[in-house]
Every structure is written in structure tokens, then in C-alpha cells.
Design a protein around this ligand. Structure first.
Ligand SMILES: [Zn+2]
Length: 221
């Protein structure tokens, strides 16, 4: 049985998958990527009787990060992530928000920038951090081995991958990160992507046209 429970709360006009993870016994929780619609996130925390202890951010895009400052202030908790190369995004969220009608967007500097090889911690449970640039330069993902769960933001989707046409994007870097860091997590890992339905690494290895095994073989010929 998974040690961490997880729920997805779809937020912002971009239909972003904010997720809440928590320990079932202590009900101590973290929120990943609170892009906005904080009243929905806060209601979920309240309804489930959870105690929010951390906010984790995969990358600095508006739909993932614009509500982090306000949520952190409301609950007096720290923000961890993304990696520092996304500072050009986390420091301009207010400006980005104005362009998309998200007036509550706030800039932030996280309490802790994350790097490859770091671990984040939720009530004693350790999640491994991998730096997966390509969608944004400072994108990180989180993996909890014991729960066979990964939170991958806009790196990998069911049947697709993150777009790379935005500032700092690189398709080569993204595919390399997926190949070298995400797929090796294992076929039985369930992942929560930044948008759309959950999937497993195994399913993507077989069916995702961007990263499926067969494609690797063809492209290496
Ligand atoms: Zn994004």
C-alpha cells in the first residue's frame, strides 16, 4: 500500500494538476504546484483534515507557481523548488499573471532552491529530486520510491511531453531528461503530470510517441 496518499486538484484557466500528497496516519500534507484557485486547494485541505507542512514547486510557470507565495503565507509554510534556473520565471509571475487575467499571481523566492540529487521531506518521508530541464531550464520532478509515485510537472504527459517552444525550452534536453531520469524510475511508477490524466512509466515506454522504446531504437540506427 502506498505510504503517501495523493489527490489532484485541477486549477487555473490552464487546467493544471495541482496535487496534494499526505501521510495517511498523521495527515501531514504537502501541496505541489499551487498555480491558483487557492480556495479550492484550501477547502480540500480543510475537508480532509490535513495539516499543510510544505509547498513544492516543479517549475516556475504561472499555472504551476502563481499561488505559491499566498498559500505559503496563509499557512506559514516553506516553498521548496524549483531549481534556480527558473528564477527568471518565479520573479516575474505578477507580470505574467496580468497578461492572463490571473491578478492574484505573486512573485516568490523559494525558501530552498532544489538541485539534482536533493531530497525533499514530508513528515519523515523522503522524495528524490531530479533536475529535468527542457520544458523550463529549472524544472524538477519528485519521486517517492515507497509509494511508487512521481510528480513530473510538465516534463511528461500521457501520450505526450511538455512543450519546448517557451523561453529556455529545449526539446533535446527534455527528451534526454525523460530518457535518462524519468523512464529509469521504473515501469510500475505512477506519475502525476502537470496536465491531463495520470499514467505509468510503463505505459509511456510502450505507447508515448516521443519516448517509446521503439522510437529510441529507430533513432539510434
Ligand atoms: Zn509549464
Amino acid at each position: 500500500m502506498a505510504i503517501l496518499k495523493a489527490a489532484i486538484i485541477t486549477v487555473t484557466p490552464f487546467q493544471q494538476n495541482c496535487s496534494v500528497i499526505w501521510k495517511e496516519d498523521t495527515k501531514i500534507a504537502a501541496v505541489n504546484d499551487p498555480g491558483g484557485d487557492l480556495e479550492i486547494i484550501e477547502k480540500f485541505i480543510d475537508d480532509q483534515g490535513l495539516t499543510l507542512s510544505k509547498i513544492f514547486i516543479t517549475h516556475g510557470h504561472l499555472d504551476h507557481a502563481a499561488g505559491a507565495r499566498e498559500l505559503a503565507d496563509n499557512f506559514k509554510v516553506d516553498i521548496e523548488g524549483p531549481q534556480i534556473e527558473d528564477e527568471f520565471l518565479t520573479s516575474t509571475l505578477e507580470m505574467q499573471g496580468k497578461s492572463y487575467g490571473m491578478d492574484s499571481a505573486q512573485n516568490f523566492t523559494p525558501d530552498r532552491w532544489l538541485n539534482e540529487g536533493d531530497q525533499i521531506e514530508l513528515d519523515g518521508e523522503k522524495l528524490d529530486v531530479y533536475h529535468c530541464p527542457g520544458h523550463t531550464p529549472g524544472h524538477v520532478i519528485f519521486h517517492h520510491k515507497e509509494s511508487k509515485l512521481a510528480i513530473v510537472g510538465d516534463v511528461l504527459f500521457q501520450g505526450s511531453v511538455g512543450r519546448t517552444d517557451l523561453p529556455g525550452g529545449s526539446m533535446d534536453a527534455l527528451i534526454a531528461a525523460i530518457r535518462e531520469k524519468v523512464l529509469p524510475l521504473g515501469d510500475d511508477i505512477t506519475f502525476i503530470p502537470g496536465h491531463g490524466p495520470i499514467s505509468t512509466i510503463g505505459q509511456e515506454r510502450l505507447t508515448n510517441p516521443y519516448v517509446a522504446d521503439q522510437l529510441f531504437k529507430e533513432s539510434s540506427n
